[in-house]
Design a binder for this molecule. Structure first.
Ligand SMILES: N[C@@H](CCC(=O)O)C(=O)O
Length: 264
């Protein structure tokens, strides 16, 4: 059996990355884990996010994963460095807010970033800004509660709209012309985002670049899947499978059984 690629997130957010990977690499076998029992990661202590990331990676390795995507900006900021120390041979692909392309696009020299508190207060994010946006004005906006709404499939409710309006306000007011979606949950509210944003603001997310990066890494290591193979992704959650099945259908139009997973 083909060795799989493991993908994990605190919940449904990483599905936005899974979609991009499936589109670019349709022959790969994918295993997706939503650590829903510990959601949201965004306001959890670093130590807990690291502990969970280690457990999830261990599980994926026990399933013979040939590469792991940390499909969560918060977990990447907290744990990617440590995971790479633990498994130096394993290709580990992390997600970072797309500050670099947004900064080079911006003509106003002003960009906005929507992300979790965990991501925005991380050392990794500080050095990302230092490297690529030192000369720019950056409006970093923590979006408390937004990932939870998306997790519950509430993509267009008045509460979600009100939250998003509130979080976009300082970014629009500052005159930003580029907006970075620094959390893998947020691409699922792109329609609402486009409705609320000025047309002049370009939106950046990381999913497509991650899929390309994965393809490069697998190619370099001779790990790309056989072109004749096709597989349905396998889905696991540490939370409630029935709830995850519902939101999986809503977000990706996939109807499949989700397996319960206990990783304590
Ligand atoms: N998927 C989110 C994490 C959301 C959360 O669990 O707070 C991220 O990319 O940061």
């Amino acid at each position: 059996m083909q060795a799989p690629i493991g993908i994990f997130d605190s919940g449904v957010g990483g599905l936005s990355v899974l979609t991009e990977v499936q589109a670019l690499l349709p022959n790969e076998r994918l295993i997706y884990i939503a650590d829903s029992h510990y959601l949201p990661y965004g306001d959890k202590p670093n130590a807990l996010v690291i502990e969970r990331s280690v457990k999830l990676t261990e599980y994926l390795l026990a399933q013979q994963a040939k590469a792991v995507i940390v499909a969560c900006n918060t977990a990447t900021a907290a744990a990617a460095g440590y995971l790479r120390e633990c498994w130096p041979e394993l290709p580990i692909i992390g997600l970072e807010p797309a500050v670099k392309p947004a900064a080079s696009y911006s003509k106003q020299g002003k960009i906005g970033v929507l992300a979790t508190q965990g991501t925005l207060s991380s050392q990794r994010f500080a050095s990302l800004l230092e490297r690529y946006a030192a000369a720019l004005e950056v409006v970093s906006q923590p979006c408390i509660g937004l990932a939870d709404q998306i997790e519950r499939g509430l993509l267009t409710t008045s509460e979600t709209r009100a939250l998003l309006e509130r979080y976009l306000q300082p970014i629009q007011q500052a005159g930003c012309d580029a907006l970075v979606l620094g959390c893998t949950h947020y691409p699922f509210i792109k329609p609402l985002l486009e409705e609320l944003l000025d047309e002049s603001i370009k939106v950046f997310d990381t999913g497509p670049a991650i899929a390309r990066q994965l393809r490069t890494v697998l190619f370099q290591r001779g790990l790309l899947a056989d072109q004749s193979s096709t597989h349905l992704p396998a889905f696991y959650t540490t939370g409630w499978p029935a709830q995850f099945e519902q939101v999986l259908h809503l977000l990706l139009n996939i109807r499949t059984a989700v397996q319960p997973l206990s990783l304590e």
